[in-house]
Design a protein around this ligand. Structure first.
Ligand code: COA
Length: 331
């Protein structure tokens, strides 16, 4: 048994104002609204035209602190989950710490692609449950527009920019909070989804820039096949482990990569459509941002009730994937 139960005590998000809709893409490349909508479920994405990933995190972080009545000085650890840090180093977590004035915090960046927020939440859970930290800020954020090739119709249409921030603390009520988590990583996924250059294996050069190797590379079909199975299986597994049926689940909050992957996960779990959170139509795939943005919107709309059974599920580059079962702890 853990020493303490951990729980999300606040959630907030930020998405930029600029919208790239399907028409924006149709005017620039050989694609159309019908193809994008039917294959992905995406209609619009929000794009950060000025500023960095931390500039999306900061407004959400300030709002999350306000929501739970905390100040920056109360934060023990800041975890920023992202594949688009402000710079390779220092960690974006340090930039967030500086801008918030979180003088008592340490922190780090966590790179797990589309599973980033889920892995970050599981890490925060471990810190809080063990008593190592009382208050952890988990920031899931990506400025995907900074690593997209807007000449490539197979990848550029899929992603958008956005950030979500959760505060994780000890739960005052043992009956609510994060109950269980299953997380996986499998490096055999590398050939299918990666950025070819800019890392230590292939540092940036004129050649890598000319070859457009600083952008998202994806074998869409291969990723799709793995994601459909991976996200559905791990979600079903966390339900079985906790004796939950589809009827027991109040909300499925899945990573927003493709509406067809979301539908397959819900079917496997026996969860009806009305309980499945979908905002991919408005935001596209914001990588680490998807799950906290969904949770924040749900909370803002008053749809989450104290004690609700919520399943979070994700799949991403690596491959990385996992599911978290929590009972909603914000009144
Ligand atoms: N507009 C029009 N046609 C397009 C297109 C676009 N934006 N993108 C690709 N196509 C074309 C392809 O070139 C191909 O044409 P061809 O048959 O003449 O070769 C055709 O559409 C089918 O392409 P395919 O890749 O088989 O489509 P798909 O049904 O697999 O859908 C994805 C493509 C990317 C939407 C889908 O594979 C996917 O969502 N993959 C997983 C994405 C993901 O989860 N990524 C993040 C990890 S979490």
């Amino acid at each position: 048994m853990p020493q303490y139960r951990s729980a999300l005590t606040a959630i907030a998000h930020y998405v930029p104002d600029t919208v790239y809709d399907n028409q924006w893409f149709a005017e620039r490349m050989d694609t159309n609204d019908e193809w994008i909508t039917s294959r992905t479920g995406i209609k619009e994405r929000r794009i950060m035209t000025d500023g960095a990933t931390s500039d999306m995190i900061l407004p959400a972080a300030r709002e999350a602190l306000e929501n739970c009545g905390k100040t920056a000085a109360d934060i023990d650890i800041i975890i920023v989950t992202t594949v688009t840090p402000d710079m390779m180093f220092p960690p974006t977590a340090a930039i967030v710490q500086r801008e918030l004035g979180a003088k008592n915090a340490w922190g780090y960046d966590l790179s797990a692609a589309c599973s980033g927020f889920l892995f970050g939440l599981n890490s925060a859970r471990a810190f809080v449950e063990s008593g190592v930290a009382k208050t952890v800020m988990v920031c899931g954020a990506d400025k995907m527009s900074s690593i997209l090739n807007y000449d490539d119709r197979t990848t550029s249409i899929l992603f958008g920019d956005g950030a979500g921030v959760a505060i994780v603390e000890r739960s005052e009520d043992e009956n609510v909070g994060i109950i269980d988590a299953i997380t996986h990583i499998d490096g055999s996924g590398e050939p299918y989804l990666h950025m070819k250059a800019g890392g230590s294996r292939k540092p940036a050069s004129h050649e890598t820039v000319d070859n457009k190797e600083h952008y998202v590379f994806q074998d869409g079909q291969a990723v799709f096949k793995k994601a459909v199975i991976g996200m559905a299986e791990v979600s079903a597994e966390v339900m079985e482990r906790n004796n939950l049926t589809g009827d027991d689940v109040a909300w499925l909050v899945p990573h927003q990569a493709n509406k067809r992957i979301i539908d397959a996960t819900a079917r496997r779990m026996g969860v009806t459509d009305d309980k499945v959170i979908v905002n991919i139509d408005r935001f596209g795939n914001t990588t680490s941002g998807t799950i906290p943005i969904c949770l924040s919107e749900l909370q803002k709309n008053g749809q989450l009730k104290y004690g609700d059974n919520v399943i979070l599920a994700a799949f991403g580059a690596g491959f990385t994937w996992g599911a978290i079962y929590l009972k909603w702890a914000i009144k």
